[in-house]
Design a protein around this ligand. Structure first.
Ligand SMILES: Cc1ncc(COP(=O)(O)O)c(C=O)c1O
Length: 355
């Protein structure tokens, strides 16, 4: 038997989340964002399930992820695979041709690479509308260059900086700025602005395509406006040992925790190489046998210790780090991060299995 470090992926919950998002999206198409191995949830499980639900547009990071996904879902019903970070070099342009990928373009050199590779498929043009991350420096120039090529502009895209704060003034300001650029260039061209949180913050700006990622996986994107999502992943390990320690005994590297009274601890066989964040040291909680227990001492590469005093917890018990009973958002809040980093930080050696 192999080490029980498992991310259980509940495909019914994934379906439930997709359906909720479909309702929110209305007539707008969903581009399911499945980059970074479906936010750590395993592309082989996630993409075919969403395809079965009717999803025909998937967003990944780059051409490497795109060609891997094409191998999973095939050419069926001309499913679009959108490269949200576009393309970087000639090899990427070839991959776009070979696997019928749809790059998001922000720079003139990318159009030149595609033209050289004789790519004549769909592209998105991405504009900055205030986030100052990826977006064309000169939308007019980029549009003109794309128009004069054999490429087909299938849409204009932008991305929101503050969508997870529903009332933030930047949301509407960005939407207006994006609309202004689009209307100046080609008002009829399809548009896409919203991620998961945007579906809550700017529900009137769904346009033709919306791009939810994190909500698919069941983490509520806006803290105080729950959509009713269900966690797609439950990350579990196992208690390897139960130990009794005495006052003055220290636990784990650096002896950062010292017992003040007799206590019982559990040694769990998962650590930071599995994606258990080290900042949870002396801070996090785990869920065992219907109850939460605090992490004590430093999280190690392969082990995490918790205080299980006055409990019946035994070696062999299953331990949940996040999922059904402790939400990823709750864990993230304990260490000032976001659920995205928890999901994408899960180690390769953790088995992803269908729940
Ligand atoms: C361009 C773009 N669109 C959509 C998404 C999905 O965002 P979320 O996971 O917040 O829904 C991302 C994620 O980072 C993105 O970069």
């Amino acid at each position: 038997m192999s080490r029980p470090a498992i991310a259980r992926i509940n495909l019914d919950h994934l379906r439930h989340n997709y359906r909720l998002l479909k309702q929110r999206a209305g007539r707008s198409e969903i581009m399911a964002v499945v980059k970074a191995n479906a936010y750590g949830h395993e592309q082989y499980l996630v993409a075919p399930t969403l395809f079965e639900e009717g999803c025909r547009n998937f967003g990944v990071t780059d051409a490497t992820e795109g060609s891997e996904l094409r191998a999973i879902i095939g050419e069926l019903e001309s499913t679009a695979i959108t490269l949200l970070s576009g393309l970087f070099d000639e090899d990427d342009a070839e991959l776009c041709v070979d696997h019928r990928l749809t790059p998001v373009i922000t720079e003139p050199y990318q159009i030149k690479l595609l033209t050289k590779a004789e790519f004549s498929g769909d592209i998105w043009l991405k504009f900055d509308s205030g986030m100052n991350r990826l977006g064309a420096a000169d939308p007019v120039e980029l549009f003109a260059l794309a128009e004069s090529s054999d490429l087909h502009i299938c849409g204009f895209m932008s991305h929101l900086a503050c969508a997870d704060e529903a009332e933030h003034p930047m949301n509407l300001a960005q939407a207006n700025s994006f609309l202004e650029i689009c209307n100046h260039l080609a008002p009829e061209t399809p548009k896409s602005l919203l991620n998961s949180a945007g579906l809550i913050s700017l529900p009137d700006h769904t346009f033709e395509v919306v791009r939810p990622g994190i909500a698919l996986y069941g983490a509520e994107p806006v803290a105080d406006q729950a959509m009713g999502l269900k966690p797609a992943m439950t990350l579990t390990g196992e208690v390897m040992q139960r130990r009794d320690i005495q006052p003055g005994d220290a636990v784990s590297y650096g002896a950062s925790f010292t017992a003040e009274q007799p206590m019982s601890i559990a040694v769990i066989g998962m650590g930071y190489a599995d994606g258990i964040p080290r900042p949870l040291s002396n801070r996090g909680t785990v869920f065992i046998r219907g109850q939460k227990y605090p992490v004590i001492g430093r999280v190690c590469m392969d082990y995490t210790m918790v205080d299980i005093s006055n409990s019946e917890v035994q070696a062999g018990d299953q331990v949940e780090f996040w999922g059904e009973h402790i939400s990823a958002n709750e864990v993230a809040a304990q260490i000032d991060t976001i659920s995205y980093t928890l999901f994408t930080g899960i180690g390769e050696r953790v088995r992803r299995v269908r729940a």
